[in-house]
Ligand binder design. Structure first.
Ligand SMILES: [Zn+2]
Length: 95
């Protein structure tokens, strides 16, 4: 029997599990906190699903503070959300 290993990660907002490649990865490392489009950046990673509700929750409930165990600037949240949203809408247009 063939077993295919699919890495699964939990969304930091809704707590649902998704295949890693269908989530957005946010990374914190020495250069700061950023949206890791490649999924390969070094550092501590947090995963968020592509639902608009979760993106809203991320900012409103400051979920990254918990994920990265420290305060995250409001401006960081705003720029992350902008990137997540534009990536999400770009993906939807190509489907
Ligand atoms: Zn989610």
């Amino acid at each position: 029997m063939k077993s295919v290993h699919k890495p699964v990660r939990e969304c930091i907002c809704c707590g649902n599990k998704f295949p890693k490649n269908s989530l957005f990865r946010i990374v914190k490392n020495d250069s700061g906190i950023f949206f890791d489009e490649s999924g390969k950046a070094d550092g501590r990673g947090a995963y968020i699903c592509k639902s608009a509700a979760c993106h809203e929750k991320l900012v409103k409930q400051k979920r990254l503070n918990r994920a990265f165990k420290g305060p995250v600037e409001e401006s960081v949240y705003r720029s992350l959300i902008e990137q997540l949203e534009s990536t999400r809408s770009a993906e939807q247009e190509t489907v």
